[in-house]
Design a protein around this ligand. Structure first.
Ligand code: AHG
Ligand code: MN
Length: 319
């Protein structure tokens, strides 16, 4: 069974529960609105940030506020989302339980690549959808402390030279492209598999002085015969690797012992997507998809992309 999802022109393969269809429809509605603001840049009025910092101590951009508001509203309206963990919200947010029985828990990075937001460089929104766990009270962090293997859907929206929505469900990764005039997403890639070729590697080489010898070895292995690409928006680097082939590294270093990438709404989501597309994601000590965070904003080192490249990196890390 396939469902028609509001805002996506094609019936959507892999979505066979109407409530999950409403979650995806909410993501479509919110991201379409964010896309309009990204397109318009400084020409549209944006929320005032007052120099605020988020839970991670990072400067909040107006788009972080706008994106969070739009996704929270859309999830609330969907009556299909019981709770949300969002990069910009310190605590999990729960929606009215009388309206959301039997529904889903979402994890979200509303704007990934915030430092690129007001310089016209590609940014994105990252999302994951878990079934609401049975027998766990819907309060606090516990309902969200689960591995990527529990996800039923995950994906991202990339606000680039065009806007694309990539949606992964069990065994299937699809890409939809926004027709800005009509306001609908259309299927543009049916069953994405990461290429066997791996022409690119991505890492912030500027941190080389902070890497330990094992990480240096791993980066050397990743670099061999490859071109460097580093956007500084993981969502953009990941999309390029998924379509063209490549591997992305965000290792631990002396100032970030767990790296920077968040388990729940970044690493785990990409691990789920890449697994459906024939790639791999490792923390350097094991598969990211099996990682159960002990806190909702926990970080992890991340090596993701071409399975052979990730395996070679793992070997180099082990020495
Ligand atoms: P955020 O979600 O706060 O915008 O973080 C962006 C992440 C990721 O998208 C990107 O790959 C990485 O930060 C870049 O960090 P560095 O500047 O440390 O390389
Ligand atoms: Mn991010």
């Amino acid at each position: 069974m396939v469902l028609s999802v509001d805002g996506i022109a094609t019936p959507v393969q892999g979505i066979d529960d109407p409530a999950l269809g409403r979650v995806v429809a909410a993501i479509v509605a919110a991201s379409r609105d964010v896309a309009t603001h990204v397109r318009a840049g400084a020409l549209l009025e944006m929320p005032d940030t007052d120099g605020a910092q988020n839970v991670h101590g990072e400067v909040v951009h107006a788009l972080d506020i706008l994106g969070t508001e739009r996704f929270v509203e859309a999830f609330d309206d969907s009556d299909a989302v019981a709770g949300l963990v969002c990069e910009e919200l310190e605590e999990p947010k729960f929606f009215d339980p009388t309206e959301t029985a039997g529904s889903y828990l979402c994890v979200l990075d509303p704007i990934d690549g915030t430092s690129n937001a007001d310089i016209a460089i590609t940014i994105g929104s990252i999302f994951g959808v878990f079934p609401t766990p049975a027998g766990v009270p819907l309060e606090g962090e516990q309902p969200f402390l689960r591995p990527g293997t529990d996800l039923v859907a995950a994906g991202y929206v990339l606000y680039g030279s065009n806007t694309v929505l990539v949606l992964a469900t069990e065994g299937l990764v699809q890409e939809f492209t926004l027709d800005a005039a009509g306001g609908e997403f259309h299927l543009t890639r049916e069953n994405i598999q990461i290429p066997d070729d791996c022409p690119y590697y991505s890492v912030n080489q500027g941190y080389a002085d902070r890497w330990d010898p094992a990480v240096r070895r791993a980066v050397d292995v990743a670099r061999e015969g490859r071109s460097l690409r580093y956007v500084g928006s993981l969502v953009s680097d990941f999309h390029r690797d998924l379509i063209r082939g490549g591997v992305f590294l965000y290792p631990a270093d002396a100032s970030s012992p767990n790296g920077k990438i968040r388990v729940l709404y970044e690493a785990g989501v990409f691990a789920f997507i890449v697994a459906q597309a024939g790639g791999a994601a490792s923390t350097g000590s094991g598969p990211v998809i099996d990682l159960v965070p002990s806190a909702v904003h926990e970080r992890t080192p991340l090596f993701v992309g071409n399975a052979n490249a990730v395996e070679a990196i793992d070997l180099a890390l082990r020495g």
